[in-house]
Design a binder for this molecule. Structure first.
Ligand code: AMP
Ligand code: MG
Length: 340
């Protein structure tokens, strides 16, 4: 299959949006830019289109998809019994990188939710994504537009490298300004719980709702027998092919540790870069969590090109957006954490 490239930056914006919407309405699957990562979109009403998404990504069948909407009318088409807290959160954080798990309405295809009675919903901030949803008139189920297990795509090149020839089209837009996937929050019976951390932080949600829970699968490896609230958390994720370790410790400790390693790549902070003798990728300043989040997946994709025996990543602390960065890194490292 030829994957059509719809360039809305150097080509015609309106035409690209129109064409993407047209393909989606016919049951096609199209990679679209969002402010978090690129998504692989399909009509949330069509089991056929959704099954093509799972196939193109090689995604496990029991890992549900997030439905993307462009306005509150669409929210009420895809979810029912929406609690007041959800409206308050939407008011504060939408459009933006917050996904809410709500009760699913019957109009949404079963396969979107992998058989669950709930549906995860988000209104993206990226204008192109909302324009495509609006033009097609369809809520769009869209997981990250990568092959399952590999780092999520934050540029159109990442999408093309994983999915060229397997999907109908790619909308080539600007890079994703946030760079990690949305915060996933479930709210049932007045109890809010973060299933996956993202750019909307626990601290920000707490300002609105009071105490929120962070699901234990965010930082711990779920046991194979355990039922997890967010099925995605149990799968291998974001991993370079090279053996990867997450390292916790001060700049001095990390520098001493990594300088003793042979044939290793360091993924490190700006502040320590000049002290590290091995090859390295700098992913931002230690305290600038938003930049670390933005550069994270490109760094993980680039890492294998160095062809080293091992990769050591310096972990940021877990405050604010640091929790989202740490959550992705611990999975990239298959939960191998070295505490210095
Ligand atoms: P991705 O599409 O790659 O951004 O992954 C979507 C994430 O949202 C995965 O971790 C899913 O497990 C989670 N998710 C989607 N729908 C639901 C749902 N109904 N309940 C709980 N988690 C969900
Ligand atoms: Mg994904």
């Amino acid at each position: 299959m030829e994957t059509i490239k719809l360039d809305i930056v150097s080509g015609d914006y309106q035409n690209g949006i129109k064409e993407a919407a047209h393909i989606l309405k016919k049951g096609g699957i199209v990679a679209i830019p969002t402010e978090t990562v690129y998504g692989l979109a399909a009509s949330a009403y069509s089991d056929d289109a959704i099954s093509r998404v799972f196939k193109a990504k090689g995604r496990p069948q029991d890992n549900p998809l997030i439905v993307h909407i462009c306005d509150m009318k669409m929210l009420e088409k895809v979810a029912t019994d929406i609690p007041d807290e959800a409206y308050a959160l939407a008011e504060k954080f939408w459009p933006g990188p917050l996904t809410m798990v709500l009760k699913k309405s019957d109009s949404v295809a079963q396969s979107v939710s992998a058989g669950l009675k709930t549906v995860a919903v988000r209104m993206p901030e990226e204008k192109a994504a909302r324009d495509i949803i609006e033009k097609s008139g369809l809520p769009l189920a869209a997981p990250s537009a990568n092959v399952s297990g590999s780092p999520s795509p934050t540029t159109a090149e990442h999408v093309i490298s994983d999915l060229d020839g397997k999907i109908d089209a790619v909308v080539i837009g600007n890079g994703c300004k946030i760079g990690v996937e949305s915060t996933v929050l479930s709210i049932f019976d007045g109890k809010a719980s973060i299933l996956r951390p993202g750019a909307v932080t626990a601290e920000e949600i707490e300002q609105l709702l009071g105490k929120v829970d962070v699901d234990k699968a965010v930082l711990e490896e779920p046991k194979s027998s355990e039922k997890v609230s967010s099925p995605g958390m149990k799968y291998k994720h974001y991993a370079p092919k090279t053996e990867t370790f997450l390292v916790e410790g001060s700049i001095q400790a990390f520098v001493n540790f990594v300088n003793k390693k042979d044939n290793a790549l360091a993924i490190c902070f700006e502040e320590e870069s000049h002290l590290i003798s091995s090859e390295k990728i700098v992913y931002g300043e230690m305290s600038d969590k938003k930049t670390l989040a933005h550069n994270l997946f490109s760094a993980l994709r680039e890492a294998d090109n160095f062809k080293k025996e091992s990769i050591y990543i310096h972990a940021p602390d877990k405050a604010g957006v640091g929790l989202a960065v740490y959550n992705r890194l611990i999975r990239a490292a298959a939960f191998r954490v070295i505490k210095l």
